[in-house]
Unconditional design. Structure first.
Length: 101
């Protein structure tokens, strides 16, 4: 099975090698990443991140429900996503996004 590197720029957490199709909410914890999860269903916004996709990579666009939450809490940040909604399909860099910035 393919594995992809997930980096956490600006943190002391080492990169993780995650399997293709892995849901970030199921493999990232406070022990291995700076990302916090609350509801894990895409409604609380706790796992708000900025997402940079590696060269040649592609991540599924937010569905309508995620887009609605993003529009409410991070309409100023085009790279904002909810980590709980992301499946690994390529290398990526993710960092927590303070919704008050």
């Amino acid at each position: 099975m393919s594995k992809y590197r997930v980096d956490f720029p600006g943190s002391s957490f080492p990169p993780q090698e995650l399997s293709l199709g892995a849901k970030l909410s199921e493999v990232l914890t406070v022990e291995n990443s700076p990302i916090l999860f609350g509801c894990r269903t895409g409604i609380c916004g706790t796992c708000l991140i900025t997402l940079e996709v590696g060269e040649g990579g592609d991540i599924q666009a937010p569905d309508a429900a995620e887009r609605e939450v993003l529009d409410m809490i991070a309409d100023h940040e085009p790279k904002a996503r909810l980590a709980c909604q992301i499946k690994v399909t390529c290398p990526m860099s993710i960092a927590p996004l303070d919704e008050n910035t």
